[in-house]
Design a protein around this ligand. Structure first.
Ligand SMILES: Cc1cc2nc3c(=O)[nH]c(=O)nc-3n(C[C@H](O)[C@H](O)[C@H](O)COP(=O)(O)OP(=O)(O)OC[C@H]3O[C@@H](n4cnc5c(N)ncnc54)[C@H](O)[C@@H]3O)c2cc1C
Length: 468
């Protein structure tokens, strides 16, 4: 392989390449280490080199050269994925897309950007035209549009617009195939959704087009409640309060807020909190609801006001809650995977049973699980996703916890696997294999991530766009 890599590097000498082992290692990693299981399995995985194309034409040249040489390519946005999605399992080249970072256009209700564009920059551009992203991952400052499309799926705003995959959120995608002469496809609507959340295995994404929401002035608020039941009941009521415009509703069970050092002066010992962004014109109605449901507002920030705090509650929502909890445990000398350490799960609660299930989890697991739930609209109904912090004993115990949760009717998107189908998707999507056959017949993009590809039958021979 090293000879092949040397020839590849020589051929691509006029493109920015990264060969320094420490840099290549950094570009071969994401946040897989949140999982003690993945940490053990992925720590030694790295690419042989990375390329950082400055233009789409350069990206085409890199992909063409790799396809000719049979070198695996792992596309990368900004490396904030959670499950080793962007970790190269078979060496080869990391395609760092971070310099493909142009916002191409913003029009009423839609925007299009190159894959490496930071989520926050696309949001800024949209807001300059009176629009904003429908949902932002809590990593909006450190993740890319292409990475969110290929690796993410929900975010701050999912209480209004559901999951990214829900019809109407993704409008289109431009992707590059892995051929000696790469082909470029533009997928629209449903086809564009088929390529989403497949960890890039179905094509190198060059551009993504997303639907937008009208921009509103948001006030960030945190309300504190005597116990988690009261906090979750309020969060549900807020979600269902159709007249109050809000973006993100996030409930955190005590003692989780104790880990939030930047908020240490405003969290109240023993109390659970709800964080949200409420539209400025609805702050009064919001405040009334907090009071009616037994809470009180302990933190408020108007990011647009003079003297606003730089701290944003958005960086405590979704998996940022886990990040803060892990950092706090580390500060106490307990790294992920150490005895007494912590890890996490990703749960989905069926609408209508979510409050009951949140209570039930506490009854069954006590302080082995500290809950944190994010409210999300699913087929019009308000429910929640959970990213609970779980005390780490060993893998067997974690699997037992997951089995028990499933028995109760909780859906699990396992964050301790890099396999697409074993994580969120659960079932094999035949479109994934069809797309991969069309876009990457030799199986060189991010190998090892798609079970359906690795186990495909010989009958699947026909490509969806062209005959491979
Ligand atoms: C603290 C924390 C909080 C998070 N919060 C959220 C959240 O709120 N919502 C959410 O959905 N996720 C969340 N995530 C996961 C992650 O941040 C998102 O999935 C993010 O949008 C990924 O973007 P990225 O640029 O970092 O992608 P990367 O990690 O670089 O890549 C993600 C996947 O996409 C592939 N990929 C990247 N770019 C391309 C491309 N151009 N073409 C083809 N494939 C590509 C990679 O190979 C990889 O498989 C969180 C993660 C952390 C660590």
């Amino acid at each position: 392989m090293s000879e092949v890599i040397e020839r590849l590097a020589a051929e691509l000498a006029d493109i920015t390449l990264v060969r320094d082992p420490a840099q290549v290692t950094r570009l071969s990693r994401d946040f897989y280490w949140f999982s003690p299981i993945l940490k053990n399995l992925l720590d030694d995985k790295r690419a042989d080199l990375a390329a950082v194309p400055a233009t789409q034409d350069e990206a085409v040249r890199v992909v063409a050269a790799c396809a000719r040489a049979g070198v695996p390519v792992t596309p990368r946005g900004l490396g904030s994925g959670n499950y080793g999605q962007a970790v190269p399992l078979a060496g080869g080249l990391v395609l760092d897309t971070s310099r493909l970072d142009r916002v191409l256009w913003v029009r009423p209700g839609a925007a299009r950007a190159e894959a490496g564009t930071r989520m926050s920059l696309l949001d800024d551009a949209a807001r300059a035209s009176g629009w904003e992203q429908r949902m932002l991952p809590s990593t909006f400052r450190g993740s890319s549009v292409g990475g969110f499309y290929c690796g993410g799926g929900v975010g701050i705003g999912s209480n209004n617009y559901g999951m990214l995959k829900d019809p109407g959120n993704i409008l289109g995608v431009k992707a590059l195939s892995m051929h000696a002469e790469p082909r470029i496809v533009e997928l629209r609507g449903r086809d564009a959704v088929d390529m989403h959340h497949a960890y890039g295995v179905n094509g190198i994404v060059l551009e993504v087009e997303l639907a937008l929401a009208p921009a509103l002035p948001w006030i960030e608020c945190m309300a504190s409640f005597a116990d988690f039941d009261a906090a979750v009941a309020f969060a549900q009521a807020l979600g269902e309060a159709d007249g109050i415009a809000k973006k993100g509703i996030s409930a955190h069970q005590w003692p989780l807020p104790r880990s939030y050092r930047p908020l240490k002066d405003v969290v109240v010992a023993g109390e659970s909190v709800v964080m949200t962004l409420v539209a400025a014109h609805n702050e009064g109605a919001f405040t009334d609801l907090v009071a009616a449901m037994g809470g009180r507002i302990t933190w408020r920030n108007d990011p647009a006001a003079a003297g606003a705090k730089r701290l944003t509650l958005r960086e405590f929502m979704w998996n940022h809650a886990t990040l803060h909890a892990i950092r706090e445990a580390e500060a106490q000398g307990v790294a992920p995977g150490m005895a007494g350490g912590i890890t996490y799960l990703q749960l989905g609660y069926p609408a209508g049973r979510n409050l009951e299930l949140v209570r039930r989890i506490h009854e069954i697991f006590g302080d082995e699980i500290v809950q944190h739930v994010e409210f999300i609209r699913v087929k019009g109904a308000m429910t929640c996703s959970g990213l609970p912090i779980v005390r780490w004993s060993d893998e067997a115990r974690l699997r037992e916890v997951m089995r028990r949760l499933e028995e109760e009717g909780v859906y699990i998107a396992d964050p301790h696997t890099w396999v697409v189908e074993d994580g969120g998707k659960k079932s094999i999507n035949p479109r994934h294999v069809e797309l991969k056959l069309a876009m990457d017949p030799a199986g060189l993009i991010n190998p090892g991530k798609l079970r359906a590809w690795d186990e495909r039958g010989v009958a699947q021979k026909k490509s969806v766009f062209w005959d491979s």
